[in-house]
Design a protein around this ligand. Sequence first.
Ligand code: SF4
Ligand code: SF4
Length: 87
Amino acid sequence: MHESPLPLSCRPGCGACCIAPSISSLSKPAGTPCHHLDGELRCRIFGRPERPACCSGLQPSFEMCGDSREHALRWLQALEVMTCPQG
Ligand code: SF4
Ligand code: SF4
């Protein structure tokens, strides 16, 4: 019998997905830390209704998060380039 892998946990002190992507609902440009990040790279509005749906819906994954913050930043920067409407 196959067991489902445990869900990946968000890595403390990473914050890559709150920095690398652009987030239009927050007027956040790519590569700029979200203004809701605290000094330990945690979301100050986690669990609050004003947290954008795109943030609530984003789950850690091995593909995105990898084994380091640097991996996640590179992966998310590449995704941003691929999905940028200006090309
Ligand atoms: S990239 Fe992954 S580990 Fe890093 S903050 Fe986002 S969800 Fe957490
Ligand atoms: S609102 Fe919170 S989860 Fe969303 S980008 Fe900002 S700090 Fe990250």
